[in-house]
Ligand binder design. Structure first.
Ligand code: NAG
Ligand code: NAG
Ligand code: NAG
Length: 232
């Protein structure tokens, strides 16, 4: 009989077990559904988005200055096309008010908020307008997401990103190419494409069931995935 694992390892083992169960369950449902996979030739977009094309980065942040600064710096170092307006909207959540906290704790939280607000206010955004939304009560991540965007036209695109991410310098080029190829190009337009995620395809439908059959020439394929890591 194997020796009993030490007590402090039990939560970890339990976590790993639960994670595997979730992944396995997901694979099971995913392979039962017939994964609708479309293949497309990789191509250079020659389409232009038109004069009303607007791209807005919606950055959700709270109280993590170091990750916020890493995220903002990566956004501002990315490659944008000359002539494109890329606006930055930053949503800063407020800490929850807790009457049980003493004034020293409150001071600490206020000072963190002050650093975040100062940093965002002072941050230079050269690619479009910068709009900072400070909340006066705690909204939470779910409300931050849900209230981040009210579309104002069919040519307005929002890219929602949480402050713990660091984007690739090519993220904008990629998203714009997706928009041009799948939204503006009438021959590829599909109403079932609602957005695009920059998330690594961690759960691969069909991984443990029907394998995806891709020929050697096609390098891009589409499939459904809920993503919260960089969402267009
Ligand atoms: C639109 O998509 C079609 C099919 O993929 C492609 O042949 C065509 O070149 C695209 N048009 C433009 C303007 O990019
Ligand atoms: C751009 O927006 C303006 C104002 O809403 C509208 O009059 C015009 O038709 C739009 N142009 C295109 C190409 O959609
Ligand atoms: C504030 O109060 C909450 C609830 O009692 C507690 O969890 C937290 O640790 C307290 N202190 C700080 C600095 O948040």
């Amino acid at each position: 009989m194997a020796p009993a694992p030490p007590k402090q390892l039990l939560p970890l083992l339990l976590f790993i077990l639960v994670s595997f169960t979730c992944i396995w369950l997901f694979s099971l449902t995913a392979s039962n559904r017939s994964a609708r996979i479309q293949t497309q030739q990789l191509q250079i977009a020659t389409q232009t988005p038109g004069p009303n094309f607007t791209f807005i980065v919606k950055l959700l942040t709270f109280n993590r200055l170091s990750s916020l600064s890493r995220c903002l710096n990566s956004l501002s170092k990315a490659n944008y096309d000359a002539g494109d307006a890329v606006h930055l909207h930053v949503y800063i959540d407020h800490f929850p008010l807790d009457s049980r906290n003493d004034s020293a704790e409150l001071d600490g939280k206020l000072s963190v908020s002050r650093q975040i607000v100062d940093f965002v206010d002072g941050f230079d955004w050269k690619f479009g307008e910068k709009l900072v939304h400070y909340r006066t009560t705690n909204a939470g991540l779910q409300a931050q997401w849900l209230e981040a965007w009210w579309p104002s036209s069919d040519h307005e695109f929002a890219f929602v990103v949480e402050d713990d991410l660091e984007v690739s310098p090519l993220y904008y080029r990629f998203l714009k190419a997706v928009i041009l190829n799948y939204y503006y190009n009438a021959s590829n337009f599909s109403p079932s494409i609602y957005g695009a995620s920059l998330q690594r395809p961690r759960f691969v439908p069909g991984k443990h069931g029907n394998k995806m059959q891709l020929d050697g020439e096609n390098q891009i394929f589409l499939y459904e995935l809920v993503g919260t890591w960089g969402q267009l």
